[in-house]
Design a protein around this ligand. Structure first.
Ligand code: EPZ
Length: 425
């Protein structure tokens, strides 16, 4: 029997929490440390999450020394690095692919088993590899691993077919250690990209235009030690605000940049949910009456974030009205719908579009998380449902949410962690 989280729903969540450092900013910034040679990168406000420890283990395997205490991570990178990455770590986390560019730039060679990660559609890295090839790397696929090598990379112009977050990050890091001017067109514009650019600038690379679709990089032959502060996690913050909405309570998230939540806040406004934003916090108080249905399409930043799609779908399952959700970033991010139906939701999947008919109440059930954000959405459903919900597949949740139970309980949630046991069948 798996570890389970038992949630007794129907209690309004009230109070405030502080956002963790952004997982999806810390991971690429950690990988960028590989660009250093005999130097040190210090990161502040790093969340204590499973994925962060997986990336740290991967960097240690390559030769880095890492200490991580109280949100502060110090990465000391040796003169010589290994450039073959171990399958057992790479398969655990798709973000492992972010070490590919830095290793090719730094060691002129890298071997990366094709990554694993969440169960959300096929997740190739063809755009990463195309960009590296443009810069002068030769790529071979051998027994399920990518082998990249080069006699020397050259700065160039790269146009991405899709504004892939990971491809933008890999190529940004590679160009930062490639002398000359590179330009990435149709680059991803997420705030996490700008955090990485900030780190690369602190190390001595010239990076301009991050946050827009065109990024200009003038790489350096060698980069310097630096310190960088990780931005707050906009996806975690969105999850807690929606918990406040669904439980008809009032939740404030502190330590965030409300601009990073623009798409969510305007969708909530459309649904009749007002929020109060200050320069570094957002307060959502659930409207006295129900909220309305909306139509939304997920898209790359600044569009509606795909990583909040399961969570907003959960909220729309309780709306007074019908909603239409179109997932345009991943090709099958609806694995959670089946689990939602077990709690009384009325959802119809039509290709990559979902029609959600709001129901007056949800009922507790035994449900299983299939990926990180689906797990978070199921927890929100349990908090809002009548009766008891048991959520398993929690390993997915711990990958992205630091101290989730502590934070939820501080807001008044009634949750209990029940460790799995070998004894039960
Ligand atoms: C990042 O993944 C995030 N992960 C994901 O968050 C997030 O869902 C995603 O960006 C989109 O915002 C991290 O930052 C560690 P992509 P990434 O490359 O970089 C296709 C979470 O919940 N694609 O922008 O893998 C791909 O299949 C995680 O924290 C290619 O086809 O996302 C997908 O359909 C889940 N070829 C789409 O693009 C490529 O070479 C978006 O992928 C690369 C991507």
């Amino acid at each position: 029997m798996d570890d389970r989280m038992i949630i007794r729903g129907g209690r309004p969540l009230r109070g405030s929490i502080t956002a963790q450092g952004a997982k999806n900013a810390a991971l690429p910034v950690m990988a960028s440390a590989l660009l250093l040679q005999g130097r040190r990168l210090i990161l502040e406000r790093v969340p204590d999450l499973q994925d962060i420890h997986t990336m740290a283990d991967l960097l240690r395997h390559l030769g880095a020394q890492i200490s991580f205490e109280g949100g502060r991570m110090t990465i000391d990178v040796p003169e010589e690095l290994k450039w073959e990455t171990p399958a057992n770590l790479v398969r655990k986390m798709r973000a492992s692919s972010l070490v590919l560019g830095p290793l090719v730039a730094r060691c002129k060679e890298a071997v990366l088993p094709l990554p694993g990660g969440c169960a959300i559609g096929s997740r190739p890295i063809d755009l990463h590899l195309k960009g590296l090839t443009r810069m002068g790397a030769s790529i071979d696929l051998e027994q399920g691993s990518v082998r990249a090598r080069t006699d020397g990379l050259s700065a160039t112009r790269i146009a991405l077919d899709f504004p892939s977050v990971g491809a933008t990050e890999n190529l940004l890091m590679t160009a930062a250690l490639t002398p000359g001017e590179s330009v990435i067109e149709n680059a991803a514009r997420e705030p996490e990209i700008s955090n990485l650019a900030q780190a690369l600038r602190a190390m001595g690379a010239y990076v301009e235009g991050d946050g827009t679709g065109t990024v200009v990089i003038r790489g350096a032959k060698e980069l310097e030690s630096a310190t960088v502060r990780i931005i707050p996690d906009r996806i975690e913050a969105s999850t807690y605000l929606l918990a406040g909405l669904m439980t008809r309570g009032e939740v404030t998230v502190n330590g965030i940049n409300p601009e990073h939540l623009g798409a969510l806040l305007s969708k909530l406004d459309e649904a009749g949910v007002a929020v109060e934003a200050s320069p570094d916090s957002v307060c959502l108080s659930s409207p006295g009456r129900d909220w309305g249905g909306v139509t939304l399409t997920t898209s790359p930043y600044p569009g509606f974030p795909t990583d909040v799609q399961p969570q907003i779908m959960a909220a729309l399952c309780m709306a007074d009205g019908t909603s239409v959700i179109h997932e345009s970033v991943f090709d099958s991010r609806y694995v959670h719908v089946e689990e939602f139906r077990r709690m009384g939701c009325k959802i119809d999947i039509q290709g990559n579009t979902v029609v959600v008919i709001g129901v007056p109440k949800l009922t507790g059930a035994e449900v299983r998380a299939s990926d990180l954000r689906a797990g978070a959405a199921l927890i929100l459903m349990g908090l809002a449902a009548e009766g008891e919900t048991s959520v398993c597949g929690l390993n997915h949740v711990w990958r992205g949410y630091e101290r989730l139970m502590e934070k939820m309980e501080s807001l008044g949630a009634d949750m209990e962690f029940v460790p799995g046991s070998e004894r039960e069948e």
